[in-house]
Design a protein around this ligand. Structure first.
Ligand code: G3P
Length: 493
């Protein structure tokens, strides 16, 4: 165990990790812990605390007590803390990469990519925040308000932000919430995913060592079912930033009541292939978009729409590419390409069931379809219809379905009837046609000649319908983690 992280656990094998209550690493008074298993081989990586409601209350109280001091800290000092955090993340890149591979089953390239991206994102937030300042407005430029008055409009913190991160990016999608929230002067309570908690606790230590003051950041662990409801309904929470599945997002929104929300939820991220598309490019992007991290991305491709003729050209290219670009296996093995295990055997069973139900409804397996423990074979289905489970529900796994359509209008109808609306991709050699087509789609973002993805991280990233609330992306997250506060100077008389 590196000296930097010695205090966060009991340093046994496997370790029992503490939680960070805002001022110290402690074990929970409740005496309960929950095991974190590696999806690679179900080995126990460690135990994390199941914090008590009283411990959540205490962390929330400390967060409020220190928030105003933190917000009053000069911005350039908050910026320095974030740049130092980014430096610490880079210094522990190897350490965090190894941890991520074991805790969530990412391949080495994907895990290292997540760590590097988090450091770069933290630096980018710290640079961007310096251009987000207050402004002034005069009243006399609105008819009927000629008496004259001036509004001094500040941008201020909400107070205490509850950040809830998902298992598939426990470092990056914690950092993408912590950095903007802290830079805008909020205190933060971080709830990492159960599987991903260990990575989240290590990230917390780096923020703390970089200088986030006592009380301003706390990281509480425990099963979502045990503490999630208490946390999201807590009266001390002023804003919630969440990434996870749509059902959980819906439950949090109901539980939270009237407060600002920044949610990224599930997506089906369809690909529409126009007859003129570059089929080799399209096949490469479908492989990347459908099978990266074993398909466990909110922006992962779930289905591909094309006419009979188009799919007859495309599917053989995809199948051929899969032979060299996709290989299922232990994510630590250099022979594994894109597809390690999914996050748990329970998740794998759900995916297997979705495949089975779809096949029984008429879909055909062209490759894959099998399961061994937490490993789902990279799977391609054809003859799929939008009502089948593999399209109608978010199959968070290495499964791509091909849906034949008779016209592009049919494709628009299928996409717009979906309850999801995160991203969509359109492949065509004519960008103008792609733009016209994109403007018909009720989704957050449309990629033309590229697979769905959140990055680059300064682009606006949003979901509509059941795919999210609010807009993420560097500037947008900074603004979402703060509010305007106008002070109006009225002219007497
Ligand atoms: O699933 C998390 C979502 O943010 C996807 O991110 O970068 O893999 O498109 P990315």
């Amino acid at each position: 165990m590196s000296e930097m992280f010695e205090e966060i656990s009991d340093n046994r094998t496997p370790p029992t990790y503490k939680f960070f209550n805002g001022s110290a690493w402690v074990t929970s008074a409740g005496g309960k812990t929950t095991e974190v298993h590696s999806p690679i081989d179900d080995s126990v990586l460690g135990k994390v605390q199941v914090v008590t409601h009283e411990e959540i209350d205490a962390a929330m109280k400390a967060a409020h007590a220190q928030q105003k001091n933190w917000e009053a800290t000069p911005l350039n000092q908050r910026v320095k803390v974030m740049h130092l955090t980014a430096d610490w993340i880079r210094q522990y890149e190897d350490y965090l990469t190894t941890l991520l591979i074991r805790e969530i089953g990412k391949t080495s390239d994907e895990a290292r990519g997540e760590i590097k991206r988090t450091a770069d994102l933290t630096d980018y937030f710290a640079d961007e925040v310096q251009s987000i300042r207050g402004f002034e407005l005069d009243s006399d430029n609105f008819p009927g308000f000629d008496k004259g008055g001036t509004a001094l409009i500040d941008r201020v913190a909400y107070g205490v932000v509850l950040a809830i991160a998902p298992f598939n990016y426990p470092v990056n999608l914690s950092g993408s919430k912590l950095a903007p929230a802290l830079l805008m002067g909020n205190s933060v309570i971080l709830k990492p995913p159960t599987q991903g908690s260990i990575s989240g606790l290590h990230l917390t230590q780096l923020f703390r060592k970089a200088g986030v003051p006592t009380g301003v950041l706390a990281t509480v662990t425990g099963g979502g079912g045990e503490i999630g409801e208490y946390l999201t309904a807590h009266g001390g929470v002023d804003m919630i930033a969440f990434t996870g599945n749509s059902e959980t997002g819906m439950a949090i929104a109901k539980n939270a009541g009237m407060k600002p929300l920044l949610f990224e939820c599930g997506g089906d991220n369809p690909v529409v292939v126009l007859p003129d598309a570059d089929m080799h490019l399209t096949a490469r992007e479908i492989i990347k978009g459908g099978f990266s991290y074993a398909g466990q991305r909110c922006t992962g491709i779930k289905y591909v729409l094309g006419t009979e003729t188009t799919l007859d050209q495309l599917i053989p290219l995809v199948l051929e590419l899969m032979k060299t670009e996709v290989a299922m296996g232990d994510p630590r093995s250099p022979g594994t390409k894109l597809v390690g295990p999914v996050i748990s055997e329970e998740a794998a069973v759900h995916i297997e069931e979705a495949i089975r139900l779809s096949v029984s409804a008429g879909a055909k397996i062209l490759t894959g379809g099998g399961r061994k423990n937490s490993y789902i074979e990279p799977t391609i289905l054809t003859d799929v219809t939008p009502d089948m489970r593999v399209v109608a529900s978010e199959v968070f796994g290495p499964v791509v379905s091909f849906v034949r359509i008779a016209s592009m209008d049919e494709a628009v109808g299928i996409i717009n009837r979906s309850r999801y609306g995160l991203q969509a991709s359109v492949f065509t050699k004519d960008e103008g046609t792609g733009i016209v087509f994109a403007r018909q789609l009720h989704v957050g973002s449309v990629q033309i000649n590229g697979s769905p993805q959140r990055g680059p991280d300064h682009f606006p990233f949003l979901g509509v319908k059941h795919s999210g609330v609010g807009v993420q992306g560097v500037r947008y997250s900074l603004e979402a983690m703060s509010r305007l506060r106008p002070i109006v100077l009225n002219k007497p008389g």
